[in-house]
Design a protein around this ligand. Sequence first.
Ligand code: ZN
Length: 382
Amino acid sequence: MKPTLFLEAFPWDLPSNQASSALSRLHGEVGVTGLSVWAVCPAVTQLGIAGGSVQLVRCQGGCFVEMCGRTEQPLKAPPAIVEGAGTVGALHEIAEACGKHALDLRLIVSASRMGGLVARHPQFAALNALGITSDQSLCLTNEVIREVLRDVVKDLAVRFTPSAIVLSDLSIGWRDGDVGNVRAPRALGSAEQSLLSMCFCAACCVQAQRGGANADEAASTVKRILDRSLQGDFPLHESLAAVLTEHPTLAAYARVQCETLSALLGGLVACCKSEIVVSRDLQGHDGLSGQLDPRLPGAILTRLGPSTPVEAAFVPEARRSELHVAASEMIGAEDHNFVKRLSDAVELGCAGVTIDNYAFLSSSGLTRVRQAMRFARRTAAS
Ligand SMILES: [Zn+2]
């Protein structure tokens, strides 16, 4: 089957006076299958070149459309609405333009980092083993947040009938900024960063007890490992999986969180009319989304860093496996590498590619995308 090509964009990347002409070109000249547009985003600062001029956008995050309010039992934590020039109504216009130019529309929803919610409702934030509340991540174990997510996903599917809803940040964890950039006596390894991100909020502790795991012991284990790692007299662990093998209490706790996340995903698939695509970030340190059962009901979109082998993008057990790449991979010397990675991924069995972000692609960048995708599609056909 011909691999699909989606370009990721924020609604502000396609202002209303440019959306229709831009989409016409994407379909006719670049060979794009569709657009993957953020409908609910985390806080973001973006420097882009969409439309031929440099543009810096700073956004606190939230929904790009007003949600249909529930009259009976209103949500306890309704999502924030993104305000600012060029955002109101933009999603509707883009959806309309996609229909007009025969492009598929996917809507991206940040699950645990819905902009603005943590600031207004810190009681639903993730909490790490050191007792520090996240200023960015909501805990998806919390039923209030699960309800918000189900409502948002259901509402978007009904109102926009997208070909898919892409779930980003589907993880249970404490992630403030880039955990890897935390100043520390000794740089933390990937496993230690995952441990620092593990959530021990009240909802997670209750869930752990229900699932037969001991949250207090698990939190003590995390603190002990971090303490020894920071003092430098303890080798860093190779992976979170290695830590879990060594510490059964922690493994039991992580298993309950994985099951909680899988159950949430199953519920979203069941209540949503559109297909659910789960976006996994292998560069992130939320060890949990990496451990989700690959046979989960949605398709899997794997976000690769430039140094991640392309083999990691293909999940044979998944219903469908797709590759997510950064547009920056196509700049300068990386250009050749990008073409090869794309065709390698397709040859391995990836059913599609998403390029992040439309605003990072100059006119020549779009031409390179077209050439790379043609090459990949020929590879798939041969
Ligand atoms: Zn939690």
